[in-house]
Design a protein around this ligand. Structure first.
Ligand SMILES: NC(=O)c1ccc[n+]([C@@H]2O[C@H](COP(=O)([O-])OP(=O)(O)OC[C@H]3O[C@@H](n4cnc5c(N)ncnc54)[C@H](OP(=O)(O)O)[C@@H]3O)[C@@H](O)[C@H]2O)c1
Length: 390
């Protein structure tokens, strides 16, 4: 049976990889909807290549670029709700949410509320609104297929373990480009240095998050929500080779691990074809363990990576704190990439924003969105103060 998929964030790193995978799968998967923020030219080319029924661009100013598609019979959405509109396209069975940042939460909830299964790359939706996402999923009886490589690995390991035999989830981290450097040595690192990830080729925001290890903090929160696992049973190990994508420790001390080449097209393909496992027809290097030779593991150093600890503390605090932490990180990374604040100031912006954060429950989308807006304003102020000091 053909699987019909909408891809939100199709112009980004995960989105473009997903379209590569779809092309390699032939008739097995059909793309019915695509959405992006403002790269409308690429969106138009993708829409024509995959003959989709619906497209959405959230930047209203780009709507005119999509007009020719409307004339060709494609349903076109523009503005804030565009991705959510594409997410609910009636013909889609599965929605791949590959939007970056908090903007992924609303379309994820829209897809689940419409009863669609979700292939979730967007970790920020679980960080900021994990409770809402799980409630929507349960109410709809929908499935979430993790696309993040570590969580895709954990899901595959868990397929092989009896739930009552699971002791601990262990998420691996490459350690990013600054693993061998001290905080002082990287305080003035440039955006080019920070996004130069040694293993993965990813979008700018997640690359910077990998350099600070914030990404691993976000992933612990993501695992907490995806797998209903208590905080003290989720661990992180630095594993520079990025061959073991995660592990599950069982009650008797045995481990189940998932190993693969570091290529995001593998977890994307599994999410699209689940429960089937297809040959990878796109060019990806075979995993040659004898060539790799050594697999190393180490504990992350909290003094070297303060963002990691900030994320874990916000996750454990719960309520609106993770949403505030997530928004502060998005603003801080944006300011760093724009050259406005130094790399070394990223934890300061996040910590200062969290220090003033309002308490409260993430009871509904409006609460989380309000906390997100508040945190963005506060983080902008903190970042401006940091910038004026330089
Ligand atoms: N890249 C990876 O290897 C990787 C691995 C694991 C998890 N992830 C997660 O996957 C997500 C995407 O990451 P990425 O690296 O692919 O990011 P990216 O390259 O920056 O792409 C982001 C995509 O989201 C779109 N977008 C942003 N805001 C939007 C909005 N408001 N409405 C609709 N579309 C919007 C962008 O559109 P425009 O192009 O028009 O701006 C683009 O298509 C993130 O949550 C990330 O943490 C990524």
């Amino acid at each position: 049976m053909v699987k019909r998929v909408s891809i939100l964030g199709s112009t980004g790193s995960i989105g473009r990889n997903a379209l590569d995978v779809v092309a390699s799968l032939g008739d097995e998967v059909e793309v019915v909807g695509l959405a992006a923020r403002h790269n409308a030219e690429l969106l138009v080319r993708q829409a024509r290549a995959f003959r989709v029924a619906a497209v959405g661009v959230s930047d209203e100013r780009q709507a005119r670029v999509l007009e020719p598609l409307a004339a060709e019979g494609v349903e076109v959405f523009a503005g804030d709700g565009a991705a959510a509109n594409v997410a609910t396209t009636p013909t889609a069975d599965l929605v791949l949410v590959a939007v970056a940042g908090f903007a992924g939460l609303a379309p994820t909830l829209a897809a689940l509320n419409a009863g669609k299964d979700v292939a979730l790359a967007n970790k920020e939706s679980l960080v900021a609104g994990g409770k809402l996402v799980r409630e929507a999923q349960r109410a709809a009886g929908a499935r979430i297929f993790p696309v993040d490589s570590e969580h895709a690995a954990l899901a595959q390991c868990l397929e092989m373990c009896r739930p009552d035999a699971v002791r601990r989830l262990i998420i691996t981290a490459s350690g990013g480009p600054f693993l061998e450097k001290s905080r002082e040595e990287v305080a003035d690192a440039t955006p080019e240095q920070a996004v130069a990830h040694p293993v993965w080729d990813m979008g700018a925001k997640i690359s910077v998050d990998s350099a600070t290890l914030m990404n691993k903090g976000l992933e612990v929160i993501e695992a907490y929500w995806l797998f209903d696992m208590p905080w003290d049973r989720i661990d992180v190990l630095i594993h520079p080779q990025s061959v073991v994508h995660s592990l599950v420790e069982m009650a008797d001390g045995s481990f189940v691990a998932q190993l693969a080449t570091a290529d995001m097209r593998l977890p994307i393909q599994y999410a699209l074809t689940y429960p089937e496992r297809r040959a990878a027809l796109f060019p990806t290097a075979a995993l040659e363990l004898a060539t790799i030779g050594r697999l190393e593991f180490a504990r992350p150093d909290p003094a070297q990576f303060p963002c990691f600890g900030l994320a874990l503390a916000a996750g454990r605090a719960g309520g609106l704190k993770p949403a505030v932490m997530n928004a502060a990180d998005e603003v801080a990374v944006e300011k760093f990439l724009a050259g406005e604040i130094p790399f070394g100031a990223l934890p300061e912006v996040i910590e200062a924003t969290l220090a003033d954060a309002p308490d409260g429950d993430a009871a509904g989308y409006d609460d989380v969105a309000r906390a997100d807006r508040w945190a963005r304003r506060r983080a902008e102020e903190v970042a401006a103060a940091v910038a004026s000091r330089a």
